[in-house]
Design a binder for this molecule. Sequence first.
Ligand SMILES: [Mg+2]
Length: 393
Amino acid sequence: MDVKSTKASSILADPSPMNKSRLGIRSNLLPCSQSGPSFTTSVPTVTRKKPGKLDDVRSNGWLDAMQSSSPPRKKVNKDFNGVDLVSDEAEIAYQFWMIRYPSALNSFQTITGREMNKKLVIFLDYDGTLSPIVDDPDRAFMSDDMRSALRNVAKYFPTAIISGRSRNKVYELVGLTELYYAGSHGMDIVFPAKDLVPEKHVKCVKSTDNKGKEANLFQPASEFIPMINEVFRNLVEITKDIKGAKVEDHKFCVSVHYRNVDENSWPVIAQNVHDILKGYPRLRLTHGRKVLEVRPVIDWDKGKAVEFLLESLGFSNRSDVLPIYIGDDRTDEDAFKVLRKKNRGYGILVSTVPKESNASFSLRDTSEVQDFLESLVKMAQEDDDEDASYDTN
Ligand SMILES: [Mg+2]
């Protein structure tokens, strides 16, 4: 694995809401956050920031990315009975956006390639895709109905979870032994011993899976573990007095959550993380939804993890295999890109607001993800019933 040396201040922001990016301006270069989802074509208002002590994080765009990485909530008004009404403007913008990213539920036949009898492989992110985003990341539980849908999907199709969390943590939250798990944005993959070890990846070692069975383990960033442990300890120490800040160790990456931090303290948290990373040029920063993520600079991401798992399943370069990836994060875009390349499969972005994406389709929220998974199961059951009736005729 090539380990590149680069500056620690690399920025990768969450997909930006549509209106500014349609103007050709990257949202993480804009000095103010989006005021609401819309398709307005007017030039956005630019608020000048006063120069201050925190010039490092301001000049390199960290603060802007922190604001633009957190999609604005929809404006909600109450009617006379106290029922929530989402503003018409937001809904119209979303409907326009869906022309480019059609609903995966309405495009189900197109996505599943049913007429072409393709073998589906399902990849899923966890947070914001299978479980709702919540204030406390330790309480991002998936519902029993979602778990049941996922278990049924895995009966019919190879199914993998690719999460930014540590592999053990995401397994603890999902609790299904039937699935493949890739933690730390794909930097920690376990797969059955009977599967192929992709030729290029000699770093695979023997291990055991969640059922205690012999398995292969692939950890392309294993050499970074001592460094990540050190950075984790430093980040815990430097953020301990910032109310609401939470630092999580994901084994090959570290998250600094600021969802519960007062926005006035965001510059402080950004500067503290920036100061720590100055000493680690082999680590970089990416922006998620109200989370700063520190990860190794290696040529590996969720897209590479998808390719790796397809190869281990023996599905590389198979025209009769159709991978589908469902996710809501900036890091999922790498997987969407891999599938979009050569029309290999379909990416489905989960989002309640319009965003630029490499995905081909969209789902609005986790409940629509569940509907989609249940539709996959229903389709597979119908196919089974058809096959049984052919057998008896
Ligand atoms: Mg997510």
